[in-house]
Design a protein around this ligand. Structure first.
Ligand code: HEM
Length: 177
């Protein structure tokens, strides 16, 4: 079976070397905390204002301020800064934390669209860092899509076989709901 990393590379078009170029230099030291706070604030302002209701609704159960803090703390930690995210939230476990949400190919593209716009309008991040970050985001977004597809397959495998008779109201697959 193809690994999640391999699927992420194939679907995103970003290979692992480019995705993890963020590890070659310390982007947190280069950019500073405020650049990350600004980026996540910019990103989530776009997401919570999205004209496309299907995408906006994915975030409906989270408060915008919390989503911003979760995101920039994770980015800071992942890009060479202090472990702010794990001190507050524990292990990132991104696939598990995205389990409640429909992380489809379309959702990944919409997420990346907003992130690209947020980066394009960030004057406190240089062009080279933007490119490195976007490659990491693109690869990670499709890594999460691959994780989401795994979840769907697991749920399918757990389904009882379709009922042949449709006679018993108590039978698990025959309930008319
Ligand atoms: C692919 C499309 C994506 C969708 C639809 C999506 C959706 C969501 C949603 C609905 C939340 C909950 C908001 C909150 O309460 O924090 C969330 C949280 C989060 N996402 Fe995503 N996300 C996507 C991609 C990504 C990517 C690419 C990254 C990292 C590069 C990422 C990192 C995070 C982090 C760190 C959190 C906070 C988790 C927590 O602490 O509970 N997400 N995401």
């Amino acid at each position: 079976m193809q690994s999640l990393q391999a699927k992420a590379a194939e679907w995103s078009g970003v290979d692992s070397a480019d995705a993890f170029a963020i590890d070659e230099s310390n982007l947190f030291e280069k950019l500073g905390l405020q650049a990350f706070v600004n980026l996540s604030t910019n990103f989530y302002s776009r997401v919570y204002d999205d004209e496309q209701e299907w995408f906006r609704s994915i975030f409906a159960s989270s408060k915008k301020e919390d989503a911003i803090q979760n995101q920039y703390e994770f980015f800071v930690q992942r890009m060479g800064g202090p472990n702010l995210y794990s001190q507050r939230r524990g292990h990132p476990a991104l696939i598990a934390r995205h389990r409640p949400f429909p992380v489809t190919h379309e959702a990944a593209e919409r997420w990346l669209h907003h992130m690209q716009q947020a980066l394009d309008t960030s004057s406190d991040i240089d062009a080279e860092s933007k490119l490195k970050m976007m490659n990491f985001f693109r690869h990670t977004a499709f890594f999460l899509v691959a994780g989401d597809e795994l979840k769907k397959n697991q749920i399918q495998a757990q389904q009882p076989p379709p009922c042949k008779h449709g006679t018993s109201d108590n039978h698990h697959a025959c309930k008319k709901i």
